[in-house]
Ligand binder design. Structure first.
Ligand SMILES: [Zn+2]
Length: 276
């Protein structure tokens, strides 16, 4: 019973996530940006910026994350990711219908040609995150943070599996922009799996109360590899600083988890140190 109550505190005290995630929609049949425009940007990847309509503009800021989904006819799914690089601003309606439309500038992290490379398809998106309309609707809708975490895991596993596509000219990546999304995954893992050390069971808030700002870390152990988002998620482990010092591999973790003496010493040492 007490465990459950403490867990509620932990969940409501999670680290803040700075970045919001927006889903941009692109239907080349309707948009004034056609496939040749996309291809030209792919060619001049490092020199171009893209401007896009954003529906939830009040929640958007510089540094936020975006994914662009091709919708309509043809191969549909994620064709682009990156970060928002301007404040939202009002401008003329691209469709000529005279609506109030806000735009943001996009800094490209990744572009993938939907007809020449495998992409994460609309069907895969619907299966992983069913509470969002991936087939159309307003461009630039905010994705909730849990779904954003799931999408980042899906995306990271996809990029890992398809890393060779970037050598063929139909896809491009800017690693620096892509690496920034770890905090979104971190938030998702904490929310879903909690903040208790997987090895020794230490939990800062259980020992020091809910006000404690310290937390365990979610770390990937270096020997692990993954083929899909599920395996990737399973490769992250919640570890306290003490356990991180003595655990370098999945094997270390498995061994120590079942070694009661080590678990007691490790968890106890840290608790003692912090109480002093
Ligand atoms: Zn620990």
């Amino acid at each position: 019973m007490i465990e459950q109550i403490i867990y509620t505190f932990v969940s409501s005290n999670l680290k803040k996530v700075r970045m919001n995630t927006f889903i941009m929609m692109w239907n080349p049949d309707i948009s004034d940006w056609k496939m040749d425009g996309f291809e030209s940007s792919l060619c001049h990847f490092n020199d171009v910026g893209v401007t896009w309509a954003i529906y939830d503009y009040k929640k958007a800021k510089i540094g936020d994350r975006f994914f662009m989904v091709r919708c309509g006819e043809g191969n549909t799914g994620i064709v682009m990711s990156g970060t928002i690089s301007s404040k939202p601003y009002k401008d003329e309606d691209w469709s000529g219908k005279g609506r109030e439309v806000y735009y943001v500038k996009l800094e490209l992290g990744t572009m993938i040609h939907p007809d020449n490379e495998e992409i994460i398809t609309t069907e895969e998106l619907e299966e992983a995150i069913p509470n969002f309309d991936w087939r159309g609707g307003h461009s630039g809708r905010l994705l909730d943070k849990i779904s954003a975490g799931k999408l980042e895991l899906l995306w990271k596993a996809y990029i890992n599996e398809n890393e060779f596509m970037f050598e063929k000219g139909f896809a491009n990546i800017d690693e620096w922009t892509e690496n920034d999304a770890e905090e979104i995954i971190d938030y998702y893992l904490r929310k879903k799996h909690g903040e208790t050390c997987e090895c020794c069971g230490f939990n800062y808030k259980k020992v020091h109360g809910r006000q404690c700002k310290e937390t365990i870390d979610y770390v990937r152990l270096d020997t692990t590899d993954y083929d899909d988002a599920e395996e990737l998620e399973a490769s992250y482990h919640a570890l306290c600083p003490n356990c991180q010092r003595i655990i370098n591999t999945e094997e270390d973790l498995e061994r120590l988890k079942t070694d009661e003496a080590t678990v007691e010493i490790c968890g106890g040492m840290l608790a003692e140190k912090l109480i002093k």
